[in-house]
Design a protein around this ligand. Structure first.
Ligand code: NDP
Ligand code: 8X3
Length: 252
């Protein structure tokens, strides 16, 4: 029987690649994001390519009431989610904290931290009731390291690390796996969003090196979800070969 996965932030990058790989490997999917046109396009393409059953829910993960309406609209088999990929997230801006833009901080903390909590809060009780499930939080190397001009983003991903650990302890009695994956630089829309649409600045992030690609993270997620029931990968730190820390790169 096919399992059900819900992937947040599936309109782009890591979430989109993860949705595709899960659909090709036995999962029916609920995909989410704010850009409805992209959700519809991905739904059509995945159905065509894999034959998986897939539905999309369009909501802003920062808005708890939108989440409630969307999730409460689910019925039938879609109610029992086996795998939750908490992927929706972003970095915005790159200023030192003393020059930080309040709206940027709100967007990062509301999405990366509160959004992840909101969606987990509404979905985990049924996992608890069924005593089964797997939650994978897309964290970052920024949960393990700190770099200048990244106070709010690193803070938000350090929060994801703490939330992941707490959830693992809380859900232990119910046999629910809680994992995270902590990538270094992945070439997605991430830098374009961070630099507010400045394509040149975004391109410069990846200039002269080979970054990770969304597919690399999706394949790692597939590895995590295909371990046997007694194995839980707590956290997977995955870097480009050309990156040794958030501040050390090999550019040619
Ligand atoms: P992308 O910008 O390509 O994708 C981000 C996804 O998150 C989009 O699908 C976007 O959908 C969704 N999203 C953002 N804000 C919201 C919101 N308010 N409500 C609902 N969905 C939202 O970036 P990545 O794929 O790179 O990022 C995915 C995750 O990976 C993030 O958590 C990021 O922090 C993490 N990460 C990324 C790294 C990188 O270098 N790229 C490295 C380490 C971690 P939409 O705009 O349609 O709402
Ligand atoms: C994204 C990686 O180094 O830009 O989470 O923080 S980094």
């Amino acid at each position: 029987m096919r399992k059900i996965a819900l992937v947040t932030g599936a309109t782009s990058g890591i979430g989109k690649a993860t949705a595709r790989i899960l659909a090709s490997n036995g999962y029916d999917l609920i995909i989410t994001g704010r850009r409805e046109d992209l959700l519809n396009e991905l739904t059509d393409n995945i159905i065509k390519d894999t034959g998986a059953d897939i539905i999309s829910l369009c909501f802003d993960i920062r808005d708890q009431s939108q989440i409630e309406i969307a999730i409460n609209s689910l019925s039938g088999k879609w109610v029992d989610i086996d795998l939750l990929i908490n992927n929706a997230g972003l970095a915005v801006g790159a200023e030192p904290a003393h020059e930080g833009v309040i709206d940027d901080w709100d967007r990062m903390i509301d999405t990366n931290v509160k959004g992840l909590l909101y969606i987990s809060r509404i979905l985990t009780p049924r996992m608890v009731a069924r005593e089964t499930g797997h939650i994978i939080n897309i964290s970052s190397v920024a949960a393990h390291e700190i770099y200048p001009n990244g106070a709010a983003y690193c803070g938000s991903k350090h929060a994801v690390k703490a939330i992941t650990k707490a959830m693992r302890m809380e859900l232990l009695p119910f046999g629910i796996k809680v994992s995270s994956i902590s990538p270094g630089m992945v070439n997605t829309e991430f830098s374009l969003v961070r630099f507010k649409g400045d394509q040149t600045r975004a391109d410069n992030v990846y200039k002269g090196l080979t970054p990770l690609y969304a597919q690399d993270i999706a394949e790692s997620i597939l590895f995590m979800v295909t371990r046997p029931p007694h194995v839980n990968i707590e956290d997977l730190v995955i870097m480009p070969t050309d990156q040794a820390s958030t501040r050390d790169f090999r550019r040619r």
